[in-house]
Design a protein around this ligand. Structure first.
Ligand SMILES: [Zn+2]
Length: 277
């Protein structure tokens, strides 16, 4: 049984919002992560890893109206994903949605409206049907999200050490896959990071490499037009053009004609949904 998020009466059907699905990466990388998804007048924000002020500023700059925002969804409690969640939820008057372990790990105060969701149990937020899919990462109960509205399916999978069968099954064939491409193995090897940090990044509960993202993209491809958007690209251990080349090259070798877009660290970028059908 899924749950339906209790939207405020004036949320979820904002007339000034966009009807067609729209995806905007407001921030990506170790300094902060947030992805805006809007359809049918309802927007959700996946992660809120900048301050509330910075998020509201970027939303305004990108033409994302806070009036349309219905909920903040959290993948996990790490600061670069959850930093601004409580303040933004309070400022806009929307709930923070996350699984129980993540809500607890975030230590949200009582004044913050929040709702518990369960992994692998789809729930609705306005026009969106959302499913949280567990992923391996060094947090309390980290998830990726697969969201669908108006026939468009979007997967958001950042901060994961590995792409498992369940995620592939749930996200397979998504029109847009926002996927972590955190590091290049050689650049990580020569980076100034201490060895224990490198081991954490490399481990099953760490982050996804360019090669890992490439393998995942090949597995998630369903033989029709799809767009892969690479996020959480490290400024120290990766290069945006390299991440793009590795993933696009792997798709190419498998005869897959998919668009690959890379979002540079701390960049705001609209994701093109043109030609997705
Ligand atoms: Zn994390």
């Amino acid at each position: 049984m899924g749950i339906t998020c209790r939207l405020r009466p004036d949320r979820g059907a904002y007339n000034g919002g966009v009807a067609d699905p729209r995806v905007v990466v407001l921030a990506s990388g170790s300094a902060g992560n947030a992805v805006w998804l809007e359809a049918g007048g309802t927007a959700v924000l996946v992660d809120a890893g900048l301050s509330a002020e910075a998020l509201l500023r970027r939303m305004a700059q990108a033409g994302c109206s806070s009036e349309a925002l219905a909920a903040v969804l959290l993948t996990h409690e790490h600061d670069d994903h959850a930093r601004g969640a409580a303040a933004l939820a309070r400022a806009v008057g929307v709930p923070v949605l996350a699984n129980e372990a993540t809500l607890r790990a975030c230590g949200l105060d009582r004044g913050v409206p929040c709702e518990r969701i369960a992994n692998l149990q789809p729930f609705r937020v306005g026009a969106w049907t959302v499913e949280a899919v567990p992923v391996p990462h060094d947090a309390a109960d980290p998830v990726a999200f697969v969201l669908e509205a108006a026939g468009t399916r979007v997967a958001v999978a950042t901060d994961l050490g590995d792409v498992g069968e369940v995620l592939v099954e749930r996200a397979f064939g998504s029109d847009v896959v926002l996927l972590e491409a955190n590091y290049d193995l050689r650049l990580l090897g020569v980076s100034p990071y201490p060895w224990f940090v490198k081991n954490r990044i490399l481990g099953r509960y760490g982050h996804l490499s360019n090669d890992g993202a490439a393998a995942a993209a090949v597995r998630l491809h369903a033989g029709r037009p799809q767009r892969f958007v690479l996020l959480h690209v490290s400024e120290v251990n990766n290069l945006a053009p390299l991440a793009r080349d590795v993933v696009a090259g792997a798709l190419d070798r498998h005869g897959v004609a998919a668009e690959v877009q890379v979002v540079r660290p701390n960049q705001t970028a609209a994701v093109s949904l043109a030609g997705r059908r």
